[in-house]
Design a protein. Structure first.
Length: 320
């Protein structure tokens, strides 16, 4: 059983979703040419079908351009040329699911249909009463299918008619471009340090990788005039941090043993080396020295993580 607090949260989330989709409606509107419809009952059906088709086409273009979202999530790439969600974020697959896109389109259609039909005021001489639509969207590879329950009662002087079901399918390859994006991401995550252009050239569609800055890339997929984009946030490998003594004093001829430490924020395998012939340093940081000649020696220690990142520090070793 859900608590009152849980129910309140769901209500708030529902209100937020409605508000966001209303914002989308102000940018993605479709209005059919009402002058082409007469007063016949079947023209109400044609009119609603036109609203559904036009609204779905507009929303699909936007959702593909946004990387699967009508409303961009907080983590997104927004530049002069692109506004899209991340499909890869620091070596994690964050591509939106097909089911989530279906849900967004269905919720959008519920609002867009009402916005489009208005109150059917263009159908003179008829009383038209309708309920709120309930949409279901199915995304296949090459088409989008809709099943919409939208009860409409049409009353005139001579007849009463009820229309309820609006089923349609449009040849829009949203499922295909989403499938292509999924393959590109899976291949990219196999080796995040480079882009396999030969693999991507063998996939359907025109695929491009566009650098935004040192940490972000936009991937575009063009297939049958439908453009799908997503962003990639590159995981920047951080350098190791070397901790060494300030200075070391040892007596000539004596055996001296010590250890220096190196830590890596990414947990990479590290290796410690030095540039001296008077001290032996193991890769793990253990040191041993036996120097016969007194003097002051400047020695540089280097810690590397195997990803071309290093940290070096120099110390003075005084042999007395």
């Amino acid at each position: 059983m859900k608590s009152k607090g849980q129910v309140s949260i769901f209500i708030i989330i529902g209100i937020i979703i409605v508000i966001l989709f209303i914002i989308v409606l102000t940018f993605v509107k479709f209005k059919p040419d009402k002058s082409s419809y007469g007063n016949e009952n079947n023209n109400v059906q044609f009119f609603v079908d036109s609203c559904i088709e036009g609204s779905l086409k507009s929303a699909t273009k936007l959702i593909a351009y946004h990387g699967g979202y009508l409303i961009l999530p907080k983590k997104n790439i927004t530049t002069e040329n692109f506004m899209t969600a991340f499909g890869i974020y620091e070596n994690n697959n964050t591509l939106i699911s097909k089911k989530n896109m279906e849900f967004q389109l269905a919720e959008y259609l519920n609002l867009a249909i009402l916005n489009c039909v208005g109150n059917f005021t263009q159908f003179k001489g008829k009383e038209i009463i309708f309920e709120k639509p309930k949409s279901t969207v199915y995304i296949d590879l090459e088409e989008i299918k809709t099943n919409i329950k939208f009860p409409i009662d049409i009353k005139s002087e001579n007849s009463n008619t009820r229309i309820e079901d609006f089923d349609d399918s449009l040849k829009i390859p949203l499922g295909r471009v989403h499938s292509i994006a999924k393959k590109v991401i899976e291949k990219q995550l196999e080796n995040p340090d480079w882009i396999d252009l030969s693999y991507n050239s063998n996939i359907l569609g025109d695929i491009n990788f566009i650098p935004v800055d040192t940490e972000n890339i936009v991937v575009t997929i063009l297939y049958r005039n439908l453009l799908f984009t997503f962003g990639e946030k590159i995981l920047i490998n951080k350098p190791p941090v070397l901790n060494v003594y300030n200075n070391i004093e040892i007596m000539d001829g004596e055996i001296w043993v010590g250890k220096i430490n190196c830590t890596d924020p990414d947990g990479d395998y590290i290796k410690i080396t030095d540039d001296s012939s008077i001290i032996n340093t193991a890769y793990t940081g253990e040191m041993i020295a036996q120097v016969e000649i007194p003097g002051v020696y400047n020695i540089t220690f280097t810690c590397s993580d195997g990803n071309y990142n290093t940290d070096s520090k120099s110390i003075l070793i005084t042999v007395k």
